[in-house]
Structure formats: C-alpha cells, structure tokens
Design a protein around this ligand. Structure first.
Ligand code: OKV
Ligand code: MN
Length: 243
C-alpha cells in the first residue's frame, strides 16, 4: 500500500511532442511504481475510433502496455474528446475502462471519480453536443465510416467548436456547484476527484455540518499535472516538460 496516481486532460496529439515526452517519462518512471493509475479523461485531443493505428497512437498504447504488463492496474474514464475509446483499445493496452461516474475506495476513503464535463450544466451548447454524440446509434454509424471521412468530419467539428468556445465566459466553463453537491449526495460520499475545467485546486467546504472535498486535476498544456494520493491524503503536483 503506497500511492495511487490520477491524471487527466493531457490532450495528447502529434503536434505536441513536449507533452508526449513528459507523459512517457511519467509512465516509465512513476506509474510503474504506483498501486494504480487513473486517467480521468481527455488523454487524447482527438479520438475517432480504436481502428486508427497511426504511429503516434501505437506509441501511446505501448506506454500503457509497459505499465499494465508490470502488474500496475490502469483505469480510464472517458473525457469529452476521447469518448470513443473502446474495448479494442482496452484489450490492446491492458487498461480497464470505467463508467463515466465511479465510486472507488481510496485507502479507506470512498471517492467519486469522473471526467467533470457532466458537472458543467451552464455550458448548455456543450451538453447538447454531448447528448448527440453519446447516442449509441450515432456512434455506431460514425464508426462504420472510412477513417478518411471520420478525420474530415472530426476536423470540421473541432473548427466549429473552437469558434464557439472563444465567446464563452469562465463561469459557464466551470462546474455548477449545486450539481457537484447533488452528485456527492446521490452517491452518499464526501470526496470527489475530476478534471475537465483545467483549474487545478483542492476545494474544501461545509454543508449542514459535513466536510466535503473536491479535487480538480490540472491540464498538461504548460507542464504535467499529477495527483498523488496516499492513506494520509492527496497532493497536487506538477512535472516540468524539460527534463
Ligand atoms: C471531440 C469535441 C471534436 C467538444 C462524431 C458521432 C457524428 C462521434 C463523433 C467526431 C469528433 C470525436 C468523435 C471531437 C470533442 C469535438 C468538437 C467539440 C466540445 C459523431 C460520434 F456526430 F459525427 F456522427 N466524433 N471527434 N468537442 O474530433 O475527437 O468536446 S473529435
Ligand atoms: Mn474535458
């Protein structure tokens, strides 16, 4: 019983070798020594199907295989970008896919883990987009298309969304506090870990005399961001790209 690692929002892509290098270093040097690794979504900037076997994807998958083959359990929750990661990816890497909301036992502390996009109810455009692309029939249809078509459709969708996001205020992009409380109360726990908002912080508050904690993971845009949890508690840390 040593420590458990959490990461999210790496947004890995072939255009950012600095992030990829930092991630590979993290996997080979750190994840290998952990009790478990949880990836809470948006590992990839783009995911259009497990059949996309580009050299870049093979390289990232190899990093996961190396860790799982050493006996370290690796768990993955979908983000809003890589929600199409499927059982084929899981089989190729040894990673276990989890549901969008899970309650885990973190050294005796029940903890709710999720990507975090489902907490941002004020971003109504995104919630509508999510409902659409999470329809199983639409996903099956999309995955039947040739990879070249899927690449084109995905690029068009990303270009459209980059435009829309420039207009949105920071409150709209953050979590809805009432939804955080509702999810915790529904699960009957007082601890939550998520990513998505790119605002790393350990929030603590009281409600009706009960102490609550919500840990937000950071993104990997300017440095790596890692949550290290032990029996005694959790620590939000960063990792330099240059090393
Ligand atoms: C991921 C986001 C693009 C946000 C398309 C059905 C449909 C899946 C898809 C295509 C796009 C993921 C898979 C991507 C996230 C965007 C733009 C905005 C806000 C269909 C199922 F509808 F075409 F049939 N996609 N890609 N966005 O490029 O990775 O999260 S993506
Ligand atoms: Mn996200």
């Amino acid at each position: 019983m040593s420590h458990t690692l959490f990461i999210a929002d790496l947004h890995l892509s072939p255009t950012r070798p600095d992030i990829t290098d930092c991630f590979e270093r993290f996997m080979h040097k750190e994840a290998i020594n952990a009790d478990a690794l949880y990836v809470l979504g948006d590992l990839f900037e783009v995911w259009i199907g497990d059949d996309d076997h580009s050299p870049f994807h093979q390289q990232i998958k190899a990093a996961f295989s190396a860790v799982t083959e050493q006996g370290v359990p690796v768990y993955f929750i979908h983000g809003n970008r890589d929600f199409l990661i499927g059982q084929r990816f899981a089989k190729e890497t040894g990673v276990t896919l989890l549901n969008e909301l899970e309650c885990i036992d973190l050294y005796g502390t029940p903890t709710l883990i999720l990507h975090g996009d489902t907490l941002c109810l004020e971003d109504v455009d995104y919630q509508a987009f999510r409902r659409k692309v999470h329809q199983p029939w639409l996903q099956r249809l999309f995955l039947c298309l040739p990879l070249t078509w899927r690449r084109k459709i995905a690029a068009k969708m990303r270009a459209g969304s980059a435009n829309a996001n420039q207009q949105k205020s920071s409150t709209i992009m953050d979590v809805t506090p009432q939804e955080v409380q509702r999810q915790l109360d529904k699960a009957g726990v007082v601890n939550m870990i998520h990513g998505h908002t790119h605002r790393p912080h350990i929030h603590q508050w009281h409600q009706h005399g009960t102490a609550y904690q919500r840990i937000v993971l950071g993104d990997w845009y300017q440095h790596g961001s890692v949550l290290v949890c032990r029996q005694q508690g959790c620590d939000l840390q960063s990792r330099d790209f240059a090393n």
